[in-house]
Write a protein that binds this ligand. Sequence first.
Ligand SMILES: Cc1ncc(COP(=O)(O)O)c(C=O)c1O
Length: 426
Amino acid sequence: MNLFEYRGGRLWCEQQQVADLAARFDTPLYVYSAGTLQAHYERFRAAFAALDPLICYSIKCCSNVHILRRLAGWGSGFDVVSGGELCRALQAGAGPAKFVFAGVGKTVAEMQAALRAGVGLLNVESESEMAELVAVAGALGLTADVAVRLNPDVDAKTHPYTTTGTQENKFGVGPEQARELFHAYRATPAVRLRGLHLHIGSPVHDVQPYVAAIERALDLIATLRCDGSDVDTLDIGGGFGAHYRGGEAPPAEAYAAALVPLLHGRGLRVILEPGRSIAANAGLLVTRVLHVKDSGRRRFAIVDASMNELIRPALYSAYHFVWPLDAGARIPADFRGDQPFAGLETYDVVGPICESSDFLAKDRPLPPVRRGDLLAVFTCGAYAMSMASQYNSRPRAAEVLVEGDVVQLIRRRETYVDLLRAEEVG
Ligand SMILES: Cc1ncc(COP(=O)(O)O)c(C=O)c1O
């Protein structure tokens, strides 16, 4: 479900015409739909309700604090992976008991900040990290609630760069090492070993890898309980899909149908860390065509958005559907379709950055575009603005949040002063 739709050939976000937003806030511009975010969050919560889980929205996917405040208001906790994300989560107003802190390389300063804030769960990923956390918590006179991140050695069958649950990956520890950690630290006052954490990759469109990973975690939990550990928590991570082409991501109910029966009645507090499935389809990127040119082999639409705003195509060869804001009657039937219809031309949609990897779409059938046209790049609510850079010294884009007919500027466009601010050092 999302509240971006073409009406009368023009693209709307809820009760706002997207072209009006571009005129008001300029381009490139991120536009988010609050109603879509909320619907996705509520649908996810309802699907897993039988487990009464703690849902910790994964801040890394879309980290604007105004969006985090909305999520906190709907009851979400937060998955954070850095001191900066912890700072955002605290600003958002959810209680820190609802925060989980993951990441293979937490610094001492980040551990201290998490412990002082009272973060609900620190997900530890190595023996070295556990030893450091014990020292840090001990020095502060605090006790850290900890889950050990289990690397279940399950292939999530997603892009190699976003596969995180196999022994090829840097994340977590294997079951034997996890058991050793529980054995070694069970009686250490500075840590309370609550359970296990999993996150196998993103996006994971097949429920089977989740089932396999959770079964491994449940086996290990049974062993740990036999060993005498009081295990009461299983954090199954995120990775649930979103629609880039349409129809590829199972609905929340399909994940839940496979996972709830596995997890129900186990005496476990279940934690979920969805990001993309909540935010991706709730945002789009609006860009203006600067020039059109033909190399003799390829036709380029050169736009004012780039890998600065959206690095996913360059990084993962990711697909994002692109279509003019003012599409007239020419809208693909299934909205994401690549199927050409009469009168389309094939374009590479590229940005102004001095890299050939700076493209938003390749070989894309589009109605003929002209200088000045506005294009929408869809499914840009996750891993888009949060991965933005200033490469080529280009200020980052503005973000607006639409709710009904109300528009809120939630991040102003950066200026050249912003580019230089951190360099004013004397
Ligand atoms: C530990 C952890 N949890 C949750 C997520 C969120 O994944 P997604 O946005 O696919 O739900 C990630 C993404 O990288 C992650 O690393």
